[in-house]
Design a protein around this ligand. Structure first.
Ligand code: BGC
Length: 777
């Protein structure tokens, strides 16, 4: 008997399980979740079990349940649930004898399957379930259930419809909503979110077949209860007989762009019409269309192949790409990717710096259209960023640490986990003082503009964000008369285990970078693009701030390395006490430090939650020498507990850069196992979206050696011992490049329409259209 998640050596597209364990529901629900960026479904079973988290989310439908809670992505009424009774006995696979059990997600096609034989109290049935969230028709969900009677005659009774009794951990975000049954089989429910007042139209229908292509008019009865509507069906199966149930469902919301301005009644009719069409098309054809879209829009676009001794490596990159596309709301610029995607309630559907620093690079380098949508969201967020700056007495754009609807401003909750010493809730300071998000946003936008060369976006949106964020930083700096320099006091850096620190290196350097970038941009625009310059000047009063930028920028304090070369993470870090972290670093769970200490105590120790100084060295690698990187690696890695899923990928890439390839590969393995590994509780609240972006970064930036430095492309691959070949693609300034790496050589093929140039190992290369350049490593 195997335990935990199951992987198949001969198929890098499947993840699954062959043991049903209700203690592990959370992991499977999240790791095998389905989605298309518009909607996401946790992979709960049709019949319900204690411990499940039955979540469906639709991007952007944020709602605030009460005044003192922050807005969150609501768990919308469930369309998936189906309860079965066989000769009056509830289908419950924890009872009786369960054999031949498999549950698999095929990431290539986006189909979830479950099959088993169940024997209980004289009943013996073979059950097969299939499900997909359409990648081609974003409103649509398809389900197929087959029950074959392997025993004595059985009456199958099932109830299935729409269940609005689900909540976000108890918080109900919807009004009761109208419930309607049309033609005896089309069920619809139309609730509103309680505060943001967004209507939803949820529809579902069933098609029952007992013989090939013959619609079976089974005995049925509609039932409506509080927040639910369903049909109850009865079907008799003789020995050997089989029934097939297709359940097709759809979700529309008032904020869907294509139905803008329509009334709830109109949308209800559209949904009904589309549902009828989908019903006629049927599960199989709808599924095939969706699978084709996965193939055409994801898998065949710049495929990645890894020839490794470890089959899980290829699986990991497929897993990462699958989930990144399942959770990216590519259809609407007013939405962004949440820290847990659409696969769990963790972090309330909010967007963090996780997007710009961890996930956006994947899209920027491979799906620039999706990246454009993600960076446009930040431009739309300027209103909220102004609001936040103003509330805090600053100028310009201060981006919220946690973001929801673009103009919401700050949405970080104020109270968090228990403090084991005081027994009270710990205050979450990030929304107040974790300010590096503002330069992270500018960083993501700059990288997008450099890699894609998207001038239109730059002129209409990107430049503005860079200038506006620099305005914030200039107003945020604090002059220290005694030291004759500007400092940034009282912040949290990427390492959230250090609160209220002064001069966090990452924050100061990135603020400096942001202002410097704005200065160069100001000068370039004024010189070369006057029309754009004057427009921006009018909007942002640039001429006034430019003088300030020039005056301040070189007086910003950038924490300098100690004699030994260690860059202080902040003013006080290096003087704090060092403790033995072995126990915590070895623990399969994260956050175990807090079983022994509270945050106040951890604040006084040299313990780092996640890459902080080391992230700075990775992102701005041309500012630091290899020696500096090594010294800081040796200092900080042993003090880092990697309690955030954002930590390991950065470390793996840096380790590869420092020629520590074995160590890097060890970290790569740990990083991929955050969601795919043995720890069956690690993903209960949802998958770790940033770490998925991190998987792609480890492959392409770490081992593929790709960087965009100062607007130039560099490709310096180095493969781990286990890999004999890595092939991947990137799009550089609109030109698709295929990069193939082995231990001796790297080749770059330009499949684009203009010549490209890049640097590798100290030399410059040009690759003209349709040609391939080979370089010995
Ligand atoms: C990390 C943050 C991250 C957040 C959301 C926290 O645990 O420390 O850096 O943005 O999770 O993923």
């Amino acid at each position: 008997m195997s335990t935990g998640m199951k992987y198949y050596k001969d198929n890098p597209w499947l993840i699954g399980e062959d043991v049903f364990n209700i203690d592990w529901l959370g992991k499977v629900e999240a790791a095998m979740s389905l989605g298309n960026g518009y909607l996401g479904l946790r992979s709960v079973t049709e019949e319900s079990y204690i411990g499940e988290q039955r979540d469906t989310f639709v991007s952007g439908t944020f709602n605030k349940v009460s005044e003192n809670e922050v807005t969150e992505l609501p768990n919308i009424p469930d369309l998936i649930g189906m309860e079965f009774r066989l000769n009056g006995k509830r289908l419950d696979t924890t009872k009786g004898l369960l054999t031949d059990y498999h549950r698999d997600l095929n990431m290539r096609t986006g189909e979830l399957t479950r099959s088993f034989i169940w024997e209980y109290g004289g009943i013996k049935v073979q059950c097969n379930f299939k499900r997909f969230v359409s990648f081609s028709q974003k409103h649509l969900i398809g389900q197929l259930v087959e029950i074959k009677n392997l025993g004595q005659p059985v009456e199958v009774e099932f109830i299935s419809g729409i269940n609005g009794q689900v909540t976000n951990s108890g918080a109900q975000h919807f009004t009761e909503g109208d419930k309607v049954l049309t033609e005896g089989k089309y069920m619809q429910m139309m609730p509103y979110t309680t505060q943001s007042d967004i209507f939803l139209v949820l529809s579902t229908t069933h098609k029952i077949k007992k013989e090939e292509d013959i619609y079976h008019e089974s005995k049925k009865r509609v039932e409506m209860g509080r927040r639910k509507i369903y049909n109850r069906y009865w079907i008799n199966l003789d020995a050997g007989e089989e029934v097939e149930i297709e359940k097709i469902s759809s979700i529309y919301t008032e904020i869907d762009k294509e139905i803008e301005g329509k009334t709830i009644a109109e949308v209800k009719n559209i949904a009904l019409k589309e549902l009828k069409k989908a019903e006629v098309t049927g599960y199989q054809k709808l599924f095939e269309k969706s699978a084709k879209d996965w193939e055409d829009n994801v898998w065949s676009v710049l495929p990645i192949t890894i020839k490794s001794k470890n089959f899980k490596d290829q699986l990991a990159i497929n897993f990462a790409r699958y989930h990144l596309h399942a959770i990216a709301p590519a259809h609407d610029q007013r939405m962004n990717i949440a820290a847990k995607g659409l696969s769990g309630e963790g972090y309330k559907g909010h967007t963090f710096w996780d997007t710009e620093i961890f996930m956006l690079p994947y899209f920027t380098f491979t799906h620039p259209d999706i990246a454009k949508s993600l960076v446009t969201y930040r431009h739309l967020g300027l209103e909220g960023a102004h609001k936040k700056a103003e509330e805090n007495g600053f100028e310009g754009a201060q981006f919220p640490w946690e973001a929801a609807w673009p103009d919401d401003g700050e949405t970080t909750p104020v109270w968090g986990a228990a403090d084991i010493v005081t027994g009270k809730q710990t205050k979450i300071w990030s929304g107040f003082i974790e300010q590096h998000i503002t330069s992270d946003v500018a960083f993501g936008i700059k990288q997008y503009m450099d890699v894609t060369g998207d001038q239109k976006f730059a002129r209409e949106k990107g430049f503005e964000v860079i200038l506006d964020t620099a305005k914030f930083w200039a107003s945020r700096l604090e002059w220290q008369e005694d030291k004759k320099r500007y400092e940034i006091l009282e912040v949290i850096g990427p390492d959230e285990y250090k609160e209220h620190v002064d001069n966090n290196a990452y924050t100061n350097y990135t603020a400096y970078w942001n202002i410097n970038l704005a200065i160069k941009l100001y000068e370039k625009l004024k010189e070369n693009e006057q029309h754009i310059f004057w427009n921006l000047d009018k909007k942002l009063k640039l001429s006034q701030v430019y003088e300030q930028w020039i005056d301040k920028v070189d007086k910003i304090y950038l924490p300098k390395p100690t004699e030994k070369g260690v860059i202080p993470q902040d003013d006080s870090y290096l003087s704090k006490k060092v403790i033995d972290l072995t126990k915590y670093k070895q623990s399969p769970q994260v956050g175990t430090l807090f079983h022994d200490y509270n945050l106040e105590q951890v604040n006084e120790m040299q313990v780092t939650k996640q890459a902080d100084v080391l992230l700075l060295l990775f992102l701005f690698e041309d500012l630091f020498s290899k020696e500096e990187k090594l010294v800081n690696w040796n200092y900080y890695e042993p003090k880092t507990v990697h309690d955030s899923s954002l930590s390991l990928s950065t470390h793996a890439i840096l380790a590869a850069d420092l020629d520590k390839l074995d160590l890097s590969y060890e970290l790569f393995n740990k990083a991929m196992n955050i969601d795919m590994g043995e720890n069956m509780l690690s993903s209960d609240d949802g998958i770790h979206a940033a770490s998925l972006g991190g998987i792609w970064q480890m492959v392409v930036f770490g081992y593929g050696g790709v960087r965009c430095l100062d607007g130039k492309l560099r490709i310096e691959p180095h493969l781990p011992e286990a890999w004999s070949n890595l092939t991947f693609g990137i799009i550089w300034r609109g030109n698709p490049l295929i990069i193939e790496v082995n231990k001796k050589q790297v080749s770059v093929t330009n499949n684009g329409s203009s010549q490209i140039s890049f640097e590798a190992f100290g030399s410059k290369y040009c690759v003209s259209v349709g040609t391939k350049k080979n370089i010995n490593i």
